[in-house]
Each structure stands twice: as structure tokens, then as C-alpha cells.
Design a protein around this ligand. Structure first.
Ligand code: NDP
Length: 463
């Protein structure tokens, strides 16, 4: 240690880096965290947290619409976008301060600067200072893909800018069919914007269960969102405050904003990785790591989005914690990446854990599907045209529940609890033995008695 200024140098003050720094400091390590922008990283500053606040705010619109059926007369309502943005900024500033305080309380030191490698043990700060570290953790996260170099790409915003627009766009075009595109489509539509989603494939949410994809699309369309599939944005023209978005199918759309949400890339550029000898994973462009999150250099680790494994905050946190316990806590921990629950905060929400029907059928000889789509109780009086989807994917041999998929309000909250059961390898019989909680939507998960379809090898057998 005598040769080093710190035991651990963490590059990046996001959720994963902060967790690693605090746990390592708790194990007695001398820790420095470098953050060039704001403590909290993507999740707190321009991701999960402000997004969820916007989702909650925009969902109020639906509550207002649904109220009439329950006897409410609500006078003319109005919505003020700048108030929302200002209040969101206040909350993000509070969280940023809490992150800073928590790191400092743990004994770790924060350097508000960019840090790059000089060699495997030496970091150069933007101040010109160098710091010698025994271990280095790269937790620099990711950033939105700016997209193909089409004419007018400079007019296109990403989710980063969407959080700070001066005014709510009356019309917005959003390219992408994944998490961010659908979450912002719901947000803007909820606040009253006219939203068009442009997706290059056949249907949105590629990789999700097919039933989920169809259900979400139909529900979003019912809420007035236009979803155009099988096309891409080829050009964006600006006319003052308006834009014309040209599509590969020859059509064009006018709007006040054009946003791309077409994936994110790991922040690996200009970190001096080559000077340290850190290898990039050729398959995903992230830092190549082993099951311990160790890079190609034995004293350098990487966690979270910069490794481009599962780009989710709780995963980064778990990886950061495991790294700190392994390296500084004398307690080797490998992260088990199986059965990570995930939610898309579209409106309606998607929650899922485990395998899709297609994945299960590819891996298991006997697969039972239990599926229901129903009108939630609230809709009976609100009159809203909406349905909830619940689906269980079960191994027909062991009876184990392999996957659960929900589309509907509270899907994310529900799937968090279901994920415990799936992680514990619960069987369908365990679900059946659980009492229903009436009246809820989630009770359907323990009351679906008969398989909708049974797959035995390649042949589908009706029950
Ligand atoms: P996603 O990977 O979810 O979706 C990207 C979308 O953009 C896909 O529909 C993809 O199409 C499309 N796309 C990619 N490249 C192009 C292109 N060149 N032209 C046109 N369309 C393109 O990425 P997001 O940006 O939505 O989010 C990034 C990641 O951040 C997520 O995958 C997730 O890990 C994380 N995240 C998680 C959230 C949560 O937990 N709720 C919320 C937000 C982000 P195709 O499907 O055909 O490849």
C-alpha cells in the first residue's frame, strides 16, 4: 500500500460506483471516487428517477379522465410543464446531495473531476494531479446512441434533453421501440402531446414475450399513441421551431420535437483504457470482464452499464457490492444474473421475470402456458377501454414457473414480488396453493387453473 495513494479508485459516481465505494470504505479501504458531472449517475440524474417522476405526473391525466365514472366532476384542469421540470430538478438535486453525503460519510473521498488512466495503477485527474491506486473500478456507465448519420441528426434530441425541454411539445416523433422510446411516448402522451413512435421492426419491444408485445402496442394505440412499424427516420428538416421527419416508407411527419431512443452505448471512449491495457468485449463494445467483474488487467474491475451486460441500476449496484466484498471484504461473491426482473414504465406498464414463451419452448421439452386478459375492476366504472395481461410460463415436467409477464397498472410492483417466487424456483403448485387476495388484478396469478396451451416438444396440444 505504501506505493499507492488509495486502495481503490472508482471512476464514476453512479449507482454502481457509489455502492462499491461505500462498501469498500466500510471494509477499511482508502477510497477515492471521481465524478466529472453530478453524483448519482444516469439513474438519479437523467434516467430512472426523473423518468419515474414524469411517468407518475403524466399518469394523473388518466386518473382525471377515469374520475367521472366514479361521480367526480372535475373543473377545467391545466398542466404546467415548467413547474414539473423545476420540481423534478429540485428532487434530483436533493438526491444528488444525499448521494454525496452518503459517500463522504462512508469515509470515501469524492473528486469532482474527470479521471483517465495513465497506466494500470495511475489516474490523471483533469486538474493535472495524478493518483496512484492499488485497485481501479471503472463504473462510467453509458450514454444514448446518437444514431445513424442522417441529414438533420443535429436536430434530434435524446432522453438527456427530454428531461429539460423548455416547453411541452405539442407533437413529438420518437424513434425506437425499446424501454426509453415507449416510456417517453407514454409520458408525452399523458401530458397531452401528440406522439408518433417510429420502429424499424415488425413490433415494439423486441426480446419481450410476443403476447406482451402485442398487448402493449394495442393498449398504447388505444391511448392515442401512433405506432408506425417497419420504417426508420431518414432525414429531419428544420423550419423555425418545427421539424419535418422523413421516413423510409416515403411519408413525413411534422412535429415540434424529434427524439431518438435507439439504445445506449458504454462510456469507454477517452478513458486511456489502452494505456492501462484494458480490453473491450468485441461482442458488445463494453469493457470485457469475467464473472467477478474483473477486466483483462488483474487490478482493474468494471461494473454496470460500462460492461454492457444487463443495463439496469439494481444490477450495477449488485455488481459493485460484490466487487467490494470480493476484493476488500475477504468474501468472494459472484453475481447471479439469472431471473433479473425488469419493467418498462410505459403506460400501461410491463413487468416481467424469467423466460418468455419462445425462450422456454426452445429450452424445455414440455411447456405449459397460463394466460389471461381481463378488464380491470376500475375500468368497469371508468369506462376505459383497457385490458390487463397476465401470463405464466411453466415447465410441464418439473412444474416450475419459468417466467411471468404482466401488462397493466402496477405490473412493476407486482413483478417485484413474483420475482422472489421465481428466484426461489416456485412451482405452479406453489402458486396454486397461495390464497388469492381479492379483489386485485394480481390474484389472477394464483387462480389460473387450466393451461391455455401445452407444448410437448414441437407439437402444441390444446388442454
Ligand atoms: P433498447 O435497446 O431498449 O431499445 C432500442 C430501440 O431502438 C430498439 O427498438 C431498437 O430496435 C431500436 N434501434 C436501435 N438502433 C436503431 C437504429 N439504428 N435505427 C432505428 N432504430 C434503432 O434501448 P433504449 O435506448 O430504449 O434503452 C437502453 C437501455 O437502458 C435498455 O435496454 C435498458 O437496459 C436500460 N433502460 C432500462 C429502463 C428500465 O429498467 N425501465 C428504462 C430505460 C432504459 P431493435 O429492437 O430492432 O434492435
Amino acid at each position: 500500500m505504501a506505493d499507492y495513494d488509495v486502495d481503490l479508485f472508482v471512476i464514476g459516481g453512479g449507482s454502481g460506483g457509489v455502492r462499491a465505494a461505500r462498501i469498500a470504505a466500510g471494509h477499511g479501504a482508502k477510497v477515492m471516487v471521481a465524478e466529472e458531472y453530478r453524483m448519482g449517475g444516469t439513474c438519479v440524474i437523467r434516467g430512472c428517477v426523473p423518468k419515474k417522476l414524469f411517468v407518475i405526473g403524466s399518469h394523473v391525466h388518466q386518473e382525471i379522465e377515469d374520475a367521472a365514472g366514479f361521480g367526480w366532476t372535475i373543473p377545467q384542469v391545466s398542466f404546467d410543464w415548467p413547474t414539473l421540470v423545476a420540481n423534478k430538478d429540485k428532487e434530483i438535486a436533493r438526491l444528488e446531495a444525499a448521494y454525496t453525503t452518503n459517500v463522504e460519510k462512508s469515509g470515501a473521498h469524492i473528486a469532482k473531476t474527470r479521471a483517465v488512466f495513465e497506466d494500470a495503477h495511475t489516474l490523471r485527474l483533469a486538474t493535472g494531479e495524478t493518483v496512484k491506486a492499488n485497485y481501479v473500478l471503472i463504473a462510467t456507465g453509458g450514454a444514448p446512441n446518437h444514431g445513424p448519420e442522417i441529414p438533420g441528426i443535429e436536430h434530434v434530441i435524446s432522453s438527456n434533453e427530454a428531461f429539460h425541454l423548455a416547453e411541452l411539445p405539442r407533437r413529438i416523433v420518437i424513434q425506437g421501440g425499446g424501454y426509453i422510446a415507449l416510456e417517453f411516448a407514454g409520458i408525452f402522451a399523458g401530458f397531452g402531446s401528440d406522439v408518433t413512435v417510429i420502429y424499424r421492426g415488425d413490433n415494439i419491444l423486441r426480446g419481450f414475450d410476443e403476447d406482451v408485445r402485442e398487448h402493449v402496442r394495442s393498449e398504447m394505440e388505444k391511448r392515442g399513441i401512433t405506432i408506425l412499424t417497419g420504417c426508420t427516420v431518414t432525414k429531419v428538416d428544420r423550419h423555425g421551431k418545427e421539424f419535418t421527419t422523413h421516413l423510409s416508407n416515403g411519408s413525413s411527419l411534422a412535429s415540434e420535437k424529434v427524439m431518438f431512443a435507439i439504445g445506449r452505448h458504454p462510456n469507454v471512449a477517452n478513458l486511456g483504457l489502452e494505456k492501462a491495457g484494458v480490453a473491450i468485449n468485441p461482442n458488445n463494445g463494453g469493457i470485457a470482464v469475467d464473472a467477478w467483474s474483473k477486466s483483462s488487467v488483474s487490478n482493474i474491475y468494471a461494473i454496470g452499464d460500462v460492461t454492457h451486460r444487463h443495463n439496469l441500476t439494481p444490477v450495477a449496484i449488485r455488481e459493485g457490492h460484490a466487487f467490494a466484498d470480493t476484493v476488500f471484504g475477504k468474501r468472494p461473491v459472484q453475481v447471479d444474473h439469472s431471473n433479473i426482473p425488469t419493467a418498462v414504465f410505459s403506460q400501461p406498464e410491463v413487468g416481467m421475470v424469467g423466460l418468455t414463451e419462445a425462450e422456454a419452448r426452445a429450452q424445455f421439452s414440455h411447456v405449459d402456458i397460463y394466460k389471461t386478459s381481463f378488464r380491470p375492476i376500475k375500468a368497469t366504472m371508468s369506462g376505459r377501454d383497457t385490458r390487463v395481461l397476465m401470463k405464466l410460463v411453466v415447465d410441464g415436467v418439473s412444474d416450475r414457473v419459468l417466467g411471468c409477464h404482466i401488462v397493466g397498472d402496477c405490473a412493476a410492483e407486482t413483478i417485484q414480488a413474483v420475482a422472489i417466487a421465481v428466484k426461489m424456483k416456485a412451482t405452479k403448485a406453489d402458486f396454486d396453493a397461495t390464497f388469492a387476495l381479492h379483489p386485485t388484478a394480481a390474484e389472477e396469478l394464483v387462480t389460473m387453473r387450466t393451461p391455455t396451451v401445452r407444448y410437448v416438444r414441437q407439437a402444441a396440444v390444446a388442454p
